[in-house]
Design a protein around this ligand. Structure first.
Ligand SMILES: [Zn+2]
Length: 87
């Protein structure tokens, strides 16, 4: 089991979303790493899974069960949380 981050402050990227196809996911990248952790419930096959993989943009992964491509779209601006990070 992946351990969820205790606070967003530990993360370079953090996203808790329900996508259009009803996939629920929690994705985060611990600061100082380029590793994305994802816990999800696939909206296609309804199975739960966990994935750890290299972080890329746009963030995306494939369901381990049905293989469907899941894309974590960038959040629209708002909520007063700055997510833009120049590198
Ligand atoms: Zn699936």
């Amino acid at each position: 089991m992946l351990k969820e981050p205790e606070s967003m402050a530990e993360c370079a990227f953090f996203s808790r979303r329900v996508l259009k196809d009803s996939t629920r996911l929690l994705a985060w990248v611990p600061k100082g790493t380029n590793v994305m952790n994802v816990k999800y419930t696939c909206g296609h096959c309804k199975k739960q899974g966990e994935i750890t993989q290299e972080f890329q943009k746009p963030a995306r992964f494939n369901c381990q069960n049905c293989g469907i491509d899941i894309i974590i779209e960038s959040l629209k601006k708002g909520r007063g949380k700055k997510s833009k990070k120049a590198k």
